[in-house]
Design a protein around this ligand. Structure first.
Ligand code: HMG
Length: 416
């Protein structure tokens, strides 16, 4: 078993355009505060037909290679987590391998379980390295998705699109994972799903929130038991407070606040052996709010401006957190919660690496956001109504990829 395994570097690729959620609310006749305060979002990425899941994934991997000057012959494994792939059979990982002309010696495949697919990809690569099977090579886990609920639906303000690529290695400059110390919780539920042939998800929105919260409880309790057993944390009034920060899967920012209150509720109720009564609730509410500001809010900056990117949402939170606070967090343990509808979830942890400030700097996240163009509701509506298989003539920006068209059922891609 390797001493240290985790995330060495991260790169984010976003569609070139976004919509302001205030504009969307006004067009829908909704109070903008519902989207900005009620759901916690500011902006939402909008993918054009050429910016499909494979193109976004390849663009993120290309940035990762460029930022790290990484020699592709060192990469032994490329795993893509996605729930919005471009083929029922051929893996997005194969498209990415082709676009980047990666060596044939790699193991490549996709992982799918709604938004959990990204964590499945990360675990596959991390455990391959930890077991020694990687034999000194590095691996890449990519999360890439386009979240679509459709125009005029209640899920509409919780869409988004983008890809996060992570270099996983024995030099975890960003985050050394506590391999083997995680808690999982899964159930067979219909909270959110996308039947074959549909572009838009079907969702039972309020029920999905309940499922997520039940999953947080199960996963967090499992992690806490293992973390206590391994002396990563000690028994305390609220053990979760020993995590310097917690990054959650973020379908919309308010969800992270609900999740964090649930984690604390688990701690408090397990200690007292009873459900919070009205007076305990009144005492806990301001404490949970203060703890949210310290432990969670710093991870939400990117999600508020990008929206839900499904598999990549948790890793967008991690990138956001390190972008904001890496210097404060080096050597500290943080928690991470991954949720995929259907459902499966995992609470895990890791320690921020000593070189995290430099490593996150190289991701150039301010530039990734600044390079986007704001569009109005009319243009957003036009884009959402375009057929998926009709790419626009827009050339990709330098270094990025775009879907270029299909001939004989074969998709092709262009590089800028
Ligand atoms: P809704 O029913 O339109 O909204 O849909 P609401 O009425 O529940 O209001 C939302 C919040 O805004 C509430 O706050 C309101 O009080 C507040 P809360 O009570 O929850 O704290 N509000 C206002 N605040 C300020 N000023 C106002 C105002 N009006 C209302 N004027 C819903 C919301 C999230 C259900 C919908 O957008 C949806 O269905 N989204 C998609 C599903 C989703 O994101 N589920 C999350 C859990 S499942 C998950 O994370 C998995 C997923 O990522 C997929 C995967 O795994 O692949 C989705």
């Amino acid at each position: 078993m390797k001493q240290q395994v985790g995330i060495e570097a991260i790169a984010v690729a976003l569609p070139r355009r976004y919509i302001d959620l205030g504009d969307l609310a006004r067009a829908r006749g909704v109070d903008p505060a519902k989207y900005t305060q009620g759901l916690g979002g500011l902006e939402m990425s909008v993918a054009e037909p050429g910016e499909d899941t494979a193109a976004l994934a390849a663009s993120a991997v290309a940035k990762l290679l460029a930022n790290r000057a990484l020699d592709p012959s060192r990469i032994g494994m490329l795993v893509v987590g996605t729930e919005t792939g471009v083929d029922h059979s051929k893996a997005v990982a194969s498209y990415v391998q082709g676009m980047l002309r990666f060596p044939q010696s790699m193991r490549t495949f996709d992982c799918q379980h709604a938004c959990y697919g990204g964590t499945a990809a990360l675990n596959s690569v991390a455990e391959w390295i930890a077991s020694g099977a990687g034999a000194g090579r590095v691996g890449i886990a990519v999360c890439s998705d386009i979240a679509r609920y459709g125009l005029n639906t209640s899920g509409e303000p919780t869409q988004g699109a983008g890809a996060v690529a992570m270099l996983v290695s024995e030099s975890p400059e960003l985050l050394a994972l506590d391999v083997g110390v995680s808690g999982t919780c899964s159930m067979d539920v219909h909270d959110f799903w996308r039947p074959l042939g549909r572009r838009e998800a079907v969702v039972d929105g309020h029920y999905s929130i309940q499922c997520y919260l039940e999953a947080v409880s199960g996963s967090y309790r499992g992690w806490r038991a293992r973390a206590l057993g391994r002396d990563l944390i000690r028994s305390a009034e609220v053990p979760s407070e020993q995590l310097a920060r917690i990054a959650y899967h973020v379908p919309f920012c308010k969800m992270a606040k609900k999740a964090h209150a649930q984690v604390r509720r688990c701690d408090i109720e397990d200690r007292t052996g009873k459900a919070l009564d009205a007076s305990a609730e009144a005492e806990e509410t301001p404490r949970a709010a203060a703890s949210f500001e310290t432990q969670v809010a710093p991870s939400l900056g990117l999600s508020a401006r990008v929206g839900n990117i499904y598999t990549g949402s948790l890793y967008l939170s991690l990138a956001s957190l390190l972008h904001k606070e890496a210097a404060l967090l080096t050597g500290k343990r943080i928690g991470l919660f991954s949720y995929g509808s259907g459902c499966v979830s995992e609470f895990f942890s890791g320690v921020v690496g000593p070189r995290a400030p430099t490593a996150i700097n190289s991701a150039g996240l301010d530039r990734v956001l600044a390079d986007r163009e704001r569009i109005g509701v009319e243009e957003y509506t036009r884009i959402l109504e375009l057929p998926a298989d009709r790419p626009l003539g827009t050339p990709p920006p330098p270094g990025a990829f775009r879907y270029a068209g299909t001939v004989d059922y074969r998709r092709s891609y262009a590089r800028g």
